[in-house]
Design a protein around this ligand. Sequence first.
Ligand code: TYC
Length: 119
Amino acid sequence: MADPGPEKPDTGSPGGETLLLTEERVKPKRPSMYRVVMLNDDYTPMEFVVWVLQKVFHKALEESTRLMLEVHTRGRSVVGVYTHDVARTKVERVHSLAEQNQHPLQCILEKEEGDGGSE
Ligand code: TYC
């Protein structure tokens, strides 16, 4: 008679594996979202703002022009909504490009309300 070898340890379930699923694992929370708001000023050239909107926010020329004019006439406009890391990186890129080109262009982050909760 052949030796069946060492016995496998009993893991307590028929497949030999124990699977634990908790509510947290199957229902991850949505991350909080942040608006990037572009602010108007009297000095930054319009073409520069349009260029930044294309380069940093990947907007087409028409949409960039529309957003720039909205900021110019209303004082501010939401140019994108992202997770915190992405939004912060975009704000940094705008400020860095503005500084390199000696323009006072500013944009800010605003947290979306009623967001990032369970469902
Ligand atoms: N107001 C600026 C001008 O007249 C243009 C401008 C538009 C500046 C949008 C900033 O976020 C801005 N040259």
